[in-house]
Design a protein around this ligand. Structure first.
Ligand SMILES: [Fe+2]
Length: 440
């Protein structure tokens, strides 16, 4: 037996955090009892025990409560017959005066031709964020071309096991806490709440349930309070400094993508009826954003909001393909004091944009920054709505203080020869109320 998939921690809530590991399946069957200890310099050790078995895919999760903000904790798992494994975690913020986020997305390995090299930066000089925010396409359903009907829980567990066997990914999870949500490739390319862009497969509910079961088994994330696995959104408060909202736009309420022949009539219908975020989630986000206290309102969001240059197309997966939903969100963001800061992914390139208010010409609702893919092939997508764009693999590092925001795009190649340390590709320093300048 061994803890061959490393450790992970995340989903901070108040003074508690989730810690995670996995034990290899024992030859004699289960269950297996795994012990853990959580330590820091001047507090008594916290001990616990978790039982796991095949129904949990031998994953081990525990909620650790009563942690102090600003302290770094070491956690270690042990089990007779296996070498112990450990990581570090904390409650963000570690330093009350600044919040640093690493935004990650899109880590396709293309059958082994690519490596998630960008994750190996975590914990090195200049890359010590409070929180890694993973906004989707962590695993990819397309590396193995199998029928949708065969995408069962064993299939998804296999994708996570393969990805988590990578040393760079293990290092990134052992470094510190994560907050994660899925996008389409964590379930099925171009999926929506009721199926996949072009169809409503009869067994879609089973596919969705299998993907979500594996997600919650393998990621250091809690099952939502509603009990609905699809409700993956989160609101995190960071005192007077920031409110962070991580939205869920894929499985909980998204309506079907455009695929009708008559685009004109369909767009009119789509404008009135399109949904990416359901009413319950929208109400929670609106309440969080209306809190007048924080200096920064941060939205972690899966797919791009900035305008695409052409009319919405077949199977358009972005916010532009859902014009009614997009306007509703931009109106909400436009009503906030200062500019909310949106971090998006999915596009396989790095970019920045100012998002125009839907009702007031010349006024902006929010600023948007697109995180580069960790390892997926870059797409070359460049739209007039972007202030800057560059094709690179890497990550986005955002640092919020009461005075300013710094957004850094950092390049780390996903194929040999690997670039190390990360090279800066672009950086913005903005005060509240400033917009993104053109060019770069
Ligand atoms: Fe992707």
């Amino acid at each position: 037996m061994g803890f061959d998939w490393g450790v992970a921690s995340g989903d901070p809530s108040g003074d508690s955090i989730i810690i995670w590991t996995r034990i290899s399946p024992p030859a004699e069957g289960g269950p297996v009892h795994v012990s853990y200890v959580v330590s820091t310099a001047d507090e008594p050790d916290r001990h616990g025990k978790v039982t796991t078995w095949s129904d949990l895919d031998w994953t081990v999760k525990a909620e650790v409560k009563g942690l102090s903000v600003g302290k770094i904790y070491t956690y270690a798992f042990s089990c007779p017959g296996a070498s112990p494994v450990s990581g570090q975690t904390w409650i963000p913020l570690r330093d009350q005066t600044k919040l640093q986020l690493l935004i990650a997305n899109c880590s396709q390995l293309r059958g082994g031709a690519k490596e998630p090299n960008a994750y190996s930066a975590l914990g090195t000089a200049g890359c010590t964020p409070d929180l890694v925010v993973s906004i989707g396409d962590y695993i990819y359903d397309t590396d193995n071309a199998i029928a949708l009907s065969e995408q069962n829980v064993a299939y998804y567990r296999g994708l996570y096991a393969n990805f988590r066997s990578k040393s760079q990914v293990q290092k990134a999870h052992a470094y510190g806490p994560w907050l994660a949500v899925w996008d389409d490739h964590d379930i099925k390319d171009e999926c929506f709440s009721g199926g996949v862009s072009t169809c409503w497969p009869p067994h879609w509910g089973d596919v969705k349930a299998a993907a979500l079961q594996a997600f919650y088994e393998w990621m250091p994330m809690r099952v939502p309070p509603s009990g609905r696995l699809e409700d993956g959104w989160r609101v995190l408060e960071f005192g007077p400094l920031a409110t962070l909202v991580m939205v869920e736009t894929r499985l909980s309420a998204r309506t079907k993508q455009i695929d009708e022949g008559d685009q004109t009539d369909w767009l009119k219908y789509r404008h009135d009826h399109s949904v990416l975020i359901g009413d319950r989630q929208f109400a929670e986000i609106a309440a969080a954003l209306q809190n007048p206290n924080p200096r920064w309102r941060i939205i972690a969001n899966e797919v791009i909001i900035a305008d695409r240059p052409d009319p919405p197309q077949q199977n358009d997966d972005t916010w532009s393909g859902y014009p009614g939903a997009r306007e509703k969100l931009l109106r909400l963001l436009g009503d906030c004091p200062a500019y909310p800061i949106v971090f998006s992914g999915d596009l396989h390139t790095a970019w920045s944009a100012n998002l125009p208010h839907p009702d007031i010409p010349g006024v902006f609702s929010a600023l948007e920054f697109g995180a580069p893919p960790i390892s997926s092939d870059t797409s070359g997508t460049r739209w007039p709505s972007m202030q800057w764009q560059s094709d690179l693999n890497g990550y986005l590092l955002a640092t919020f203080t009461m005075e300013q925001l710094t957004v850094e795009f950092r390049q780390m190649d996903a194929a040999p020869p690997f670039s190390s340390p990360p090279s800066p590709a672009m950086a913005y320093t903005l005060r509240p109320g400033e917009t993104v300048p053109k060019g770069g």
